[in-house]
Write a protein of this length. Structure first.
Length: 267
């Protein structure tokens, strides 16, 4: 895990250093183990209009700077409904709302608040001979009260690039269906008022995972995340790392599920 920490730090700083302004005070670093568990249900709505829906339920837990247990505290619970349009060949458009109940974790400096998000997202994918690649852009606006009780409205732009490798199935009756190895990188920029945060950089995230089908309707994802987040003071990075697991049930059977839109991460 120490090697994983160092890899996240090195790769993160290489990518984000041009985005950060030079400051007199050095940056400090804190490490927080975390876990993400998510259950999604996808269903068709109006098939002739290429409209479908999805509801995500997510639980995020974490440790603290001196606690290596990623399940020690509940960080947040999320309910996130989506409306999806898939009428284009390689492009999917999403409209969503997220209800985030965040909890106080004093050891990590987290405060309790209710955060709501409005989300517009587009995912462009390209099929490859033995896999696929995808690019995703997500614009969301966050509404919440900060630790001083001041209401904040913060737009955030997220860009993701990912790759899926389709694994071979040589057995006549395999345990899992259509297995994949996937990974992505994601950069998030926030556009907050100056009294809340000076920097636009918010989060840089890496994720690697294995996904496959249990049945044509039920698929799962198991992997790890590593992310670097700049606190609103502009001088401290928190590095979150740990396991992630997702389970997705599709009313309409799917031959393959690659989890391109999974929202695995900690704040």
């Amino acid at each position: 895990m120490h090697l994983f920490k160092r890899s996240v730090i090195l790769f993160g700083f290489i990518l984000i250093s041009p985005l950060l302004k030079a400051q007199d005070a050095p940056y400090s670093m804190g490490f927080i183990p975390a876990s993400i568990e998510e259950v999604d249900v996808a269903f068709p709505l109006i098939e002739k209009w290429h409209l479908s829906g999805q509801v995500d339920v997510q639980l995020v837990t974490q440790g603290a700077y001196t606690n290596d247990n990623p399940f020690e505290y509940t960080q947040r619970k999320v309910i996130r409904p989506w409306l999806m349009y898939s009428g284009f060949k390689d492009l999917k458009l999403w409209l969503g709302y997220a209800h985030n109940q965040k909890y106080a974790v004093e050891e990590a400096g987290n405060y309790k608040t209710l955060e709501n998000r409005l989300i517009i997202m587009g995912t462009l994918s390209q099929n490859m001979p033995k896999g696929s690649i995808f690019e995703q852009v997500r614009f969301e606006t966050k509404f919440f009260d900060d630790r001083n009780g001041n209401h904040q409205t913060i737009p955030r732009l997220r860009a993701r690039f990912g790759v899926n490798h389709f694994l071979r199935q040589n057995k006549e009756k395999p345990i899992f269906l259509a297995p994949n190895i996937g990974y992505y990188t994601e950069l998030m920029l926030k556009f907050a008022s100056k009294d809340y945060a000076d920097e636009h950089f918010d989060i840089f995230r890496l994720s690697v995972y294995y996904s496959a089908g249990i049945t044509p309707n039920l698929h799962f994802l198991a992997g790890v995340i590593g992310q670097m987040q700049l606190r609103t003071n502009g001088t401290q990075f928190d590095v979150y790392y740990g396991p992630m697991f997702s389970l997705k049930y599709s009313v309409k059977p799917k031959e393959r599920e690659t989890f391109d839109s999974v929202d695995g991460g900690a704040d």
